[in-house]
Ligand binder design. Structure first.
Ligand code: ARG
Length: 549
């Protein structure tokens, strides 16, 4: 991938004779990049102006204009240079991560708990990073680390036997499970014997009692059915659904390694690992013999390392689990695993919708599927008003409604807390998914009206300000994707898409596309590049790109 800053840096360093240049900073005032020469004055015993002038006369870079101005060395990328670059390459052609393997743990739903709005961020950040890594040539492994282990399932079975029935479960699915869960938590406070019953049932699951396991499997099927509905709507895929229960019997292997390095201590009957003075110890096993979350994560990390030999292993999990991941990674470091440095907690902030908080225990949950439904309903109304004769309205409404929610989730930096408003996420003129989708459809409609055109264009014909602004935002799109993936930050792509749309819409208003002759061909080709880039970018963000809107 082309890096102008580096090219300029390398050339400037030669001429300024090994002096350290630190300020080849992008600046869009007089030029694209500049090097202030003031700090060289003392060392070279020359005026900055003279230094810049002398350097400018010596530096030659193909396609880049070099000038001296008042002690600054200015570099301007010639407009045709970018135009030529844009039209000589195709999107996603470079595979800079070829041969690398990246495991991505995301969404990771909990069995028998609702798939709610709190799962939106992990699901879409992980799903989008997955697409980006694949596009960059990496082997991505999408892992849904199911929360399928713990005492809560014992409680659920106890509640099911007391207040539930097979019929109600079949009929109401997750709603029934949620109600049982909430009722169990409410009643266990008043009646402690319920806790004992729950413990009994958990033990039965652990000892593979067929009745208990059968019920658990049913809870699991119901939960996954709901989650997969959402995954389908979000264009999300996974390569593995191995959950926590898979690792329970692999914890002893981790304990052996810890013991061999003298890292396992006993404290009040529990097994712990001291991970430093700044954090509480990591608890591997409770005194009653039950393994803990971190222990299962350690076992899973070894399993992933052995199975996939990853270069990076990402965990897309909310910031409130930061301590867990710090402890977990620290244990691997203490164990001397060189790959401990390749473990990354891809953290993100809190989400609420229209101010509504969420909590499973009290039962006021916002199911992700319902949020998507309501966005699609609103999208359908807007589309009905804007374009009542549109073909395939229902499908477009689905793409636009779901897209609005996903794009909204991926538009701010991931660490920022978000309060979601469906109204603004669906604003066709805002910095939204529908705005990008609409701009894409506008390009396609221009292109389909125009019909055939000649793609052997003269790039100087699209070097006026309005066109060039668009060219500049398109030519380095591959490196934008690379940046986003390697910083685990899909918003780098979503922000660029909005900028491209804004620039294209200015170009569309300033330059008449159907102006005839060679200029028309050049403008059409630029329009096609915009459409292709938007479509590609949207797909990396899990959004559809309808041809008509
Ligand atoms: N199921 C967990 C939760 O909802 C998230 C699991 C994240 N992945 C992991 N390997 N710890 O909190």
């Amino acid at each position: 991938m082309l890096d102008f800053k580096k090219i300029i840096y390398d050339e400037a360093v030669k001429v300024l004779d090994g002096l350290e240049i630190t300020d080849v900073a992008p600046s869009d005032a007089f030029c694209d990049y500049c090097v202030p020469c003031f700090k060289f004055a003392k060392l070279l015993r020359k005026a900055p102006k003279a230094i810049a002038e002398e350097a400018a006369s010596k530096i030659q870079i193909d396609g880049i204009k070099v000038e001296a101005l008042n002690g600054y060395l200015n570099f301007t990328i010639e407009r045709d240079t970018l135009g030529k670059l844009l039209f000589s390459s195709s999107l996603g052609e470079d595979k800079p991560l070829k041969g690398k393997t990246v495991c991505i743990d995301y969404s990771s739903v909990n069995i028998a708990k609702p798939f709610h709005i709190g799962h939106l961020m992990t699901t879409v950040i992980g799903g989008s990073l997955y697409k980006m890594f694949v596009a960059l040539g990496a082997d991505a492994v999408g892992i849904n680390h199911l929360g399928d282990w713990g005492t809560q399932f014992g409680g659920l079975i106890a509640a099911f036997r007391k207040w539930g029935s097979e019929e109600k479960l079949n009929e109401r699915g997750l709603d029934e499970l949620l109600e049982l869960y909430v009722r169990f938590h409410a009643e266990e406070k008043a009646d402690p014997s319920l806790k004992d019953e729950a413990r009994e049932w958990s033990k039965k699951i652990e000892s593979c009692d067929p009745y208990a396991v059968g019920l658990f499997e049913k809870f699991k099927a119901i939960t996954l059915e709901q989650a997969k509905k959402v995954y389908g709507r979000l264009n999300i895929e996974f390569d593995s659904y191995l959950g926590e229960s898979f690792y329970v019997d692999k914890v002893s292997g981790v304990e052996d390694k810890l013991r061999a390095k003298n890292l396992l201590e006993t404290s009040d009957g529990a097994e712990i690992v001291t991970v430093g003075e700044d954090m509480p110890p990591a608890i591997i096993r409770r005194s009653d013999g039950a393994s803990l979350y971190v222990a299962r994560d350690l076992a899973a990390a070894y399993y992933r390392h052995d199975t996939y030999n990853f270069d990076k292993c990402l965990y897309v999990v909310a910031s409130h689990q930061a301590l867990h991941f710090k402890q977990f990674f620290k244990v691997l470091e203490l164990l001397g695993e060189p790959w401990a440095k390749d473990m990354v907690h891809v953290s993100y902030g809190m989400v609420s919708v229209e101010g509504a908080a969420l909590s499973t225990r009290e039962g006021n949950v916002l199911f992700l599927n319902d949020v998507l439904d309501s966005a699609v309903g609103k999208a359908a109304k807007i589309i009905e008003e804007r374009n009542p004769s549109l073909e395939g309205k229902q499908k477009v409404s689905e793409s636009v409604g779901v897209g609005a929610v996903v794009f909204g989730a991926l538009y701010d930096g991931r660490l920022k807390d978000k309060n979601f408003s469906l109204e603004s996420a669906l604003n066709f003129d805002g910095e939204t998914g529908p705005y990008v989708q609409y701009t894409h459809a506008r390009c396609r409609s221009v292109l389909s009206k125009a019909g055939k055109f000649n793609r052997k264009i003269d790039v100087t014909l699209i070097s006026d300000d309005a066109a060039y602004e668009t060219v500049k935002l398109l030519y380095d799109f591959d490196s934008v994707v690379y940046n986003a993936a390697t910083k685990y930050e899909p918003s780098i792509v979503s922000r660029r898409l909005v900028k491209i749309c804004q620039a294209f819409n200015r170009f569309y208003n300033a330059d008449r596309i159907m102006c005839g002759g060679k200029t028309q061909d050049a403008r059409l080709y630029l329009t096609e590049k915009v459409a292709d880039t938007l479509k590609y970018g949207l797909s990396l963000l899990l959004l559809d790109a309808p041809e008509r809107m």
